[in-house]
Design a protein around this ligand. Structure first.
Ligand SMILES: NCc1[nH]cc(CCC(=O)O)c1CC(=O)O
Length: 309
C-alpha cells in the first residue's frame, strides 16, 4: 500500500526540530504528494537536566521513547542524531536512511574569542563528554574542566552568564541552529577526536514497513551512510558509548575509507589511537578492524577499568 502520510517522531529541542524539518523537506521534495507531519516526543534525556550524561549511564537516553512510539505505530519514522543512537537497534527497527553529513568536527566556543592554544589552566572549560575531556587533557593536562548539561542554546546562555570561559560542542549542532558566530575555532580532529557519526542525521524506521523504507532509500546519502557504517562498526566492536572516552572519524577518498579512532582513560593519561584503511564497499569491516587493532593494544583493559568505577 502506498503511503499518503508520514509521521516523524522527534525530540522537541531546537536542534532535533531542525533535523526533523530537514527530513520533512527532503521527503517533500522527492514525494510532493505525501503529507509529512512532525510529532514531538519527550525522552528521558530531556527530563533529567542536572546530571552529567556520563553519570546517568543509560543507552538510548535521547532515543528510547521515540523508538517505542515507532514500535507502537504512533509514528512512521524517527529522526535522531546518529551519534545519539545506540549501535544495536531494538528488535523490529532499522536504520532506513541518513542525510548528507554536516561538519563532523567539534568546535571551541570561547567567551572572548581565544583559541584552544590560548586557553590556560586559569580558564574554566565546560563539557560533560568524557571523550572531549580526554582530548582536552591530552592537549593540556592542567586544563580546568567542569560539567555542563542542557541543549545547545542553554549551554551558550550559561557561558554568557559566566558559568565558564569556554566550551566544546559539535560544530554541526551550532551550524544547524545558525549559531556559527559562536564558533571560535573548529578543533583539529586529532586534537579532539570526534564522536562516531557526529554530524550525521539518522532516520530510523520499522524493518517490516517496506513502503516507508522505499521512500527512505530515495533520500539516503550514500557516502554519509558508508561513513556511518564504518564509525558505528568501530563503536559496536569497541563497545563504546557516551559513558567512555572513545571516538573516531573517517575520510572517504574515491573507493577507500580511512578511519582514525581512539580510546582513553578518563584523565587522558592513557590514550591509544590507531588508523585503518579499507574499501568503502567494506566500511563496517574497516571499523571493526580498527577496533580490533585498539583492543590488541590494550583498549579493552582501559575501558573495563572505567566501567568498574
Ligand atoms: N550530545 C548531544 C548532541 N547530539 C548531536 C549533537 C550535534 C549534532 C550532530 O552531531 O549531528 C549534539 C550536541 C553536541 O554534542 O554539542
Amino acid at each position: 500500500m502506498n503511503k499518503k502520510t508520514i509521521k516523524i517522531g522527534t525530540r522537541g529541542s531546537q536542534l532535533a526540530l531542525f533535523q526533523a524539518k530537514l527530513t520533512q523537506k527532503e521527503l517533500h521534495e522527492k514525494f510532493p504528494k505525501i503529507t509529512v507531519e512532525i510529532v514531538v516526543i519527550k525522552t528521558k534525556g530531556d527530563k533529567i537536566l542536572d546530571v552529567a550524561l556520563s553519570k546517568i549511564g543509560d543507552k538510548g537516553l535521547f532515543t528510547k521513547e521515540i523508538e517505542n512510539a515507532l514500535l507502537a505505530n504512533e509514528v512512521d519514522i524517527a529522526v535522531h542524531s546518529l551519534k545519539d543512537l545506540p549501535t544495536t537497534l531494538p528488535e523490529g527497527l532499522t536504520l532506513g536512511a541518513v542525510l548528507k553529513r554536516g561538519e563532523f568536527r567539534d568546535a571551541l566556543v570561547s567567551k572572548d574569542g581565544r583559541k584552544l592554544n590560548e586557553l590556560t589552566e586559569n580558564d574554566v572549560i565546560a563539557t560533560s563528554s568524557l571523550r572531549r575531556k580526554a582530548g582536552l587533557l591530552r592537549f593540556n593536562k592542567n586544563f580546568n574542566i567542569i560539567d555542563i548539561r542542557g541543549n545547545v542554546n542553554t549551554r551558550i546562555q550559561k557561558m554568557e552568564e559566566g558559568y565558564c570561559d569556554a566550551m566544546i560542542m559539535a560544530a554541526a549542532g551550532l551550524q544547524r541552529l545558525d549559531l556559527d558566530k559562536y564558533i571560535t575555532e573548529i578543533v583539529h580532529p586529532e586534537t579532539i577526536i570526534p564522536a562516531a557519526s557526529q554530524g550525521i542525521i539518522a532516520i530510523e524506521s520499522r524493518a517490516d514497513d517496506a513502503a516507508t523504507n522505499e521512500l527512505l532509500a530515495a533520500i539516503n546519502h550514500v557516502p554519509s551512510w558508508n561513513a556511518g557504517e564504518a564509525e558505528r562498526g568501530f563503536l559496536r566492536a569497541i563497545e563504546g558509548g557516551c559513558q567512555v572516552p572513545v571516538g573516531c572519524y573517517s575520510q572517504i577518498n574515491g573507493d577507500t575509507i580511512t578511519l582514525t579512532g581512539f580510546v582513553a582513560s578518563v584523565d587522558g593519561t592513557a590514550f591509544l589511537t590507531e588508523t585503518e584503511t579499507g574499501l568503502v564497499s567494506n566500511s563496517r569491516a574497516t571499523g571493526e578492524k580498527l577496533a580490533q587493532k585498539l583492543i590488541e593494544r590494550g583498549a579493552a583493559k582501559i575501558l573495563d577499568g572505567i566501567r568498574k568505577q
